[in-house]
Design a protein around this ligand. Sequence first.
Ligand code: MG
Length: 241
Amino acid sequence: MHKNLLFDLDQTLLDFHASEYIALGKVLRENGLSFSDEIYHLFKAYNKSLWLELEAGKISRTELFTKRFLYIFEQCEGVVTNPDPLIVNNDFIRTMSENGVVLEGAMELLEQIKREIENARIYIITNGATINARGRIASVGMDRFIEHLFVSEDMGVNKPSMEYFDLVLETIKEPKESCLVIGDSLSSDMLGAQNASMTSVWFRPDGDIEQARKKYDIDYTAASFEELFQVIRKWSIDISV
Ligand SMILES: [Mg+2]
């Protein structure tokens, strides 16, 4: 049996927001438009409201991609050189996938796990688009540590559903007791681990930690990569005996 470490990707190993910021700046500047922190925050806020409309079934993905760039063109100074929002959106997604940003200490953690934890296997469990996850991981050279990526777009199901974790176990072909779920999100990672009856580590917890631990039946918390390594080491010894 291996020690199967199921890592969430965004804000656990990679910085999604930093990649998004870089990509938006590049794409807008290349299109003759201005970019600033303010533009980035406007984009984030509008994008979020559109995703809520999408989840409510009010708009399609294509409409979301179109609307968010038409809106941002209006907010920027300058004359847009390529006014087709869907082309700009594609450029944005591709640029983001080429510009992964590692959270400080994440690469060292994975190296240390490979060096010091016997029989450890590292997997990624992430909701989102395949090109975005796979591309960002490859762009920073993190893929060399990773056994397999479980991306919701490929699988047709999302964290925190039980179906998602059932598919993970089917691929790994090892019992759930051999798995440790590590992530920053209560609503996808911790709830997912609870749904799948897997051991969990809440990474960089905030708010009312004790209440959350009870509600989601969280086994461990870790505020830093150093703490996270200690938790992984303790767990890997506990399941070996
Ligand atoms: Mg996350």
